[in-house]
Design a protein around this ligand. Structure first.
Ligand code: IVH
Length: 672
């Protein structure tokens, strides 16, 4: 290609690539598939290698350049990078607001409220629109020059957009590792027998400290801007300034809002706390900043933190404690789960004394031993887990963990199938732990819904030998029940009534209640809808089972194996003999006003999700899991997240649960 032509095409390609970067990282709305982006990059690389004189440092091909460094240079920040005061309670937020009201002698303060990202603080300096320096926070006065590494992060603009930026601009923000990238990175590391990253924050920090930018370039890092060192060339408020930064090409967190007073702050904290599991990156709280810069200036600073800002933290999700013992729990399917018994520790807002250790391999991989100091993690409603061991604090030799060879509940042999992580008790028929779990599950609300059959009662019934299979429940007599511990005549009567009332389940509920491995309520419903009778399902081969939607080879093999076992068929027969009559699903006859429509459910609904799905399907709609241009309606419950945003972007109709219930009423559909 002639030089003049090459120059024109190279400029065009750079513009296009920067444009796609902006759509992807700032607008979160990619215009072209990754393959097209890669094609443009390759074309530009081709031109630049043919015409090296056309390469400029701001070219998107120059993100990874330079050779490994010996170390990082120390740099002094032009304006110190401050820290934030912390609050953990509503009262502390109220105190913060009171102090501000006094300082400003006014009320109804407006704040910019932002998620507090759990990554690494960074300062980015732009001279005449070009990135010239990236520095870590360090001690706030001096940090390390990590420019070559930061240049590899595509979310960080090398060149600013627009032309109204000041000639010297220092933007501050957080470099973080999105959860998906972290998980993918660790999956690969484990496959290759390499050391996984401890958590996304350490992942981000470690990536920035790589001496070879080639390595940083391989780490999935992202960036959000949250402030500037000086206010030159910016609007008068934090909120508007962040929007200006966005125009100049910086990703800015989409959850930033203007709120009023302490009530606005607390409401924001609650909302973000609910959104937290859906965000895709780690945050450890929210930050409130007095929005107006003139008010910030009046308030000033105390030591190293501004008086006008506050970090309202979430309860810590990780804490340290001592591992006192490892117990083995036997689940419904006989799976043996090692459980950590811990010295009580307050983490994620609750006191934790037990945490899962997953399985034997996990214990070995993390080298967890009784007596160790461990880090316990509890995120949101997730079951607490032992995340890792603080090996430095292990003072003496501790014995390695051994999985027992016999079941601690029934003494049967423990077996671990080749290729499976889980060890199982082989005494399905005699193991009281498995029997108890099976019966508890049978009685749950989404299964047979037997009110009054609590866990303690199930334990007693099994221990007294009154119940060995779920069918035995229907043979219980008033006399037996009323003579049991903590069971009066009235309770016995109520339980018998509840058992009687549960005798006409839908086929789907019964299938779910039987506790077939891998058969949840949705699969049970699909199986019942497809086969229509227990008989047909019992006779189905694995090949026919796979034809059912939601049923893959693993589920099919579990279902087929279940019905091949004589003892299971005997239990089903015994249920029938005891008067349990399962009902085929109602045929979708009559009106199907939603035929041809595709619905998606999201957020927290007050009716069980499966019920909403069944109702929609009965009206003829198809229910799928993700929003696309083909979606007809999104039914959005409380705290709906990314699906709602996507639906709004695509212009998909969104209705609330109360609208949905109202609609059902107009259709004469009864909601039980
Ligand atoms: S503002 C003067 N905003 O929290 C205010 N900081 O202790 C300076 N952080 O290391 C910080 N998200 O990296 C601010 N939206 C946000 C933030 C945020 C995370 C980090 C920051 C700093 C620490 C402050």
């Amino acid at each position: 290609m002639k030089q003049a032509k090459a120059q024109i095409r190279a400029d065009e390609l750079r513009r296009l690539i920067e444009h796609h970067n902006y759509s992807y990282y700032v607008l979160d709305d990619p215009e072209v598939p990754d393959a097209e982006y890669d094609r443009l990059m390759r074309e530009l690389e081709g031109i630049e290698s043919e015409h090296p004189e056309l390469v400029s440092p701001a070219s998107p091909t120059q993100r990874v350049s330079g050779t490994p460094q010996e170390g990082f240079e120390t740099v002094r920040h032009r304006v110190p990078m401050l820290s934030l005061g912390n609050a953990f309670s509503d009262e502390e937020v109220a105190d913060f607001e009171r102090r501000i009201e006094q300082g400003l002698e006014r009320q109804n303060i407006i704040f910019a409220a932002e998620p507090k990202l759990d990554g690494v603080a960074i300062s980015l300096t732009y001279h005449d629109g070009l990135l010239t320096r990236a520095a870590t926070r360090g001690d706030g006065e001096q940090g390390e020059d990590v420019t070559s590494n930061v240049r590899t992060i595509r979310a960080v603009p090398l060149e600013l957009r627009g032309d109204d930026w000041p000639s010297l601009l220092e933007v501050r923000g957080e470099i973080y590792m999105p959860r998906a990238g972290f998980d993918a990175f660790n999956r690969k590391a484990l496959e290759r027998d390499e050391k996984p990253l401890v958590n996304p924050r350490n992942g981000a920090a470690g990536s920035l400290r790589q001496l070879d930018p080639q390595l940083t370039a391989k780490r999935p890092l992202a960036f959000f801007a949250y402030s500037t060192a000086t206010r030159d060339g910016l609007p008068d408020t934090q909120f508007d300034s962040l929007h200006r930064l966005r125009d100049w090409g910086f990703p800015v967190n989409p959850e930033i809002r203007r709120v009023e007073g302490v009530s606005g702050c607390l409401e924001y904290h609650r909302r973000i706390s609910a959104l937290r599991p859906t965000l895709g990156y780690d945050i450890d709280g929210v930050v409130y900043k007095v929005d107006r810069f003139d008010q910030q200036a009046i308030l000033g600073f105390i030591s190293k933190a501004p008086r006008w800002a506050l970090a309202h933290k979430f309860p810590a999700e990780e804490e340290m404690t001592r591992l006192l013992d490892i117990d083995i729990q036997v689940g419904r399917t006989g799976a043996l789960t090692p459980v950590a018994r811990l010295e009580p520790v307050f983490v994620g807002g609750v006191t934790v004394t037990n945490a899962t250790l997953h399985n034997e391999d996990e214990i070995r991989r993390k080298d967890i031993r009784v007596g160790d100091w461990v880090v316990v993690r509890r995120a949101g409603d997730v079951i607490p887990e032992v995340a890792r061991v603080i090996h430095q604090r292990r003072e003496t030799e501790l014995p390695e963990f051994q999985m027992p060879e016999t079941c601690p509940e029934c003494g049967s042999a423990v077996e671990r199938v080749e290729g499976e992580a889980v060890a199982r008790c082989t005494g399905a028929l005699i193991c009281p732990a498995q029997i108890k779990h099976g019966i508890r599950h049978f009685a749950t609300r989404k299964a047979m819904d037997i009110e009054g059959l609590g866990d303690k009662l199930v334990d007693q019934l099994v221990e007294l030998g009154l119940v060995n299979t779920v069918a035995d429940l229907y043979r219980l007599e008033h006399e037996q029940l009323s003579s049991m511990e903590r069971m009066g005549g009235k309770s016995a009567e109520n339980l018998l009534k509840a058992l009687e009332a549960s005798k006409k389940p839908g086929l789907d509920r019964l299938l779910y209640a039987l506790g077939i491995r891998e058969v949840g309520e949705v699969t049970a419903h699909s199986l019942a809808a497809h086969f229509k009778s227990m008989q047909a399902l019992q006779e189905a081969s694995e090949e026919t089972l796979i034809e059912v939607s939601d049923v893959g080879p693993i589920v099919a093999s579990h279902v087929a194996a279940f019905f091949q076992q004589e003892k299971n068929l005997r239990v089903i027969q015994a249920l029938s003999d005891a008067g349990v009559e399962w009902q085929p699903l109602e045929e979708n006859v009559g009106e199907q006003p939603l035929a041809g429509e595709t619905w998606v459910l999201t957020g927290a609904l007050s009716m069980p999700r499966i019920q909403a799905k069944n109702l929609l399907e009965a009206l003829g709609a198809k229910v799928t899991g993700s929003v696309s241009a083909k979606t007809s309606t999104l039914l959005a419950g409380e705290a709906a997240g990314s699906k709602l945003t996507k639906a709004q972007k695509l212009g998909v109709k969104v209705i609330s649960e109360s609208d949905f219930v109202e609609y059902l009423e107009t259709q004469g559909v009864e909601i039980s």
